[in-house]
Write a protein that binds this ligand. Structure first.
Ligand code: AOF
Ligand code: ZN
Length: 340
């Protein structure tokens, strides 16, 4: 296995912990000797061992001498004493020969010092292998540190002709069971699940992750700036995770969520909330569950309302990142480009 393949493997390992380490980054590490993997590890749970320490442990368990190994890591090894000791110390003590890092850690406690410590100890360090993928993997962590805002995902299910509910507001169900299970997985990774008042009143969603493993239940937020949601709705006393109403500024509230430790905000409609967040450039990712159905009624409800769009030049553009078939449905995974 070459260095690039090892980094790919380290990224895959790191991604397994999505939902379990935030607000920390996802980090994976692969130990190589002569192109062979001799140890692997990843940061599995918030507060627990970092990826490099896990990979070194794995080497020792396999009876592998760590002297002279190449450590391939998705993020610069930390140089600070956090909840666990600095990874650079573990790598130096293990006498690894070379460290390959995908990207510098934007955490101000690290920010290049990890690489410097390793170099000062005589270890060769290469930065940039697989950097594009590593940045995509940790886009929420990077965004939070750079802007103080959470990573915002809009999610909706629509018919092939673009509708999310019929003219009467009926929407259960557009997508199939596999798609709905996928939504519960997404909810399980979210810190905050947000919905607009119209969708809340029409669907009475419980906004909880069900039938999936969950580290912590996301808090539930209903955006209701027109005071339409009854303050005694069952969601406020159903014994589930905290539920609250948001009446003020969307951006200020998103910042507040970050201050409270949030990384991921999942928005489950409707069209007006989607439009408001898109217009305010607060959205990072859009997930569309496309069902093989045609509604055909122009009075049905669209997925997004932003205002007039007279020519296609006025249409907001997204970038396709991935496509996931879900039985008869398809999940389309888009990113919102920074300049759009
Ligand atoms: C690494 N390897 O596997 C991870 C790193 O909360 P703590 O004490 O675990 O520290 C979290 C910070 O450490 C986080 O902000 C990031 O800078 C770094 N995460 N570093 O070398 C890892 N998870
Ligand atoms: Zn570390």
């Amino acid at each position: 296995m070459n260095q690039a393949q090892a980094m790919q493997r380290a990224l895959e390992l790191a991604a397994r912990a999505r939902g379990w380490v935030e607000p920390n980054p996802l980090v994976g590490c692969v130990m190589l000797r002569d192109g062979m993997v001799v140890g692997e590890g990843y940061h599995q749970r918030f507060g627990e061992a970092h990826a490099e320490v896990k990979a070194l442990e794995d080497c020792r368990q396999r009876g592998v001498d760590t002297v002279g190994l190449t450590a391939v890591v998705t993020l610069e090894p930390c140089a600070h004493q956090g909840k666990t000791p600095p990874c650079v110390e573990a790598l130096i003590a293990a006498k690894v020969g070379r460290v390959v890092v995908a990207m510098i850690d934007p955490d101000p406690r690290v920010a290049g010092r990890g690489v410097q410590c390793l170099r000062d100890a005589g270890i060769a360090v290469e930065v940039g292998e697989g950097e594009v993928n590593a940045r995509e993997l940790n886009a929420p962590f990077i965004k939070r540190l750079a802007t103080g805002l959470p990573y915002v995902t809009l999610k909706w299910a629509q018919t092939l002709d673009g509708y999310t509910a019929t003219s009467t507001g009926h929407s259960q169900w557009i997508s199939g069971a596999a798609s709905r299970h996928r939504v519960h997985e997404l909810r399980a990774c979210a810190d905050v699940i947000m919905v607009g008042s119209g969708t809340f009143l029409a669907d009475a969603p419980r906004l909880t992750a069900r039938d999936v493993p969950v580290r912590r239940m996301a808090k539930r937020v209903i955006v209701d700036r027109r005071g339409r949601v009854p303050r005694d709705s069952p969601i406020f006393s159903d014994g589930g995770p905290p539920a609250s109403i948001l009446e003020g500024s969307l951006e200020a509230s998103l910042r507040q969520f970050v201050d409270e430790g949030a990384t991921h905000v999942l928005v489950e409609g409707g069209a007006e909330l989607n439009g408001a967040l898109l217009k305010a450039k607060l959205v990072d990712r859009v997930l569309v569950f496309l069902a093989p159905k045609l509604c055909g009624d122009p009075a049905a409800h669209p997925a997004v309302v932003t205002g007039s769009c007279l020519t296609m030049d006025d249409a907001a553009r997204l970038t396709l990142q991935g496509v996931e078939p879900l039985q008869g449905d398809v999940m389309l995974d888009y990113r919102v480009p920074a300049e759009s």
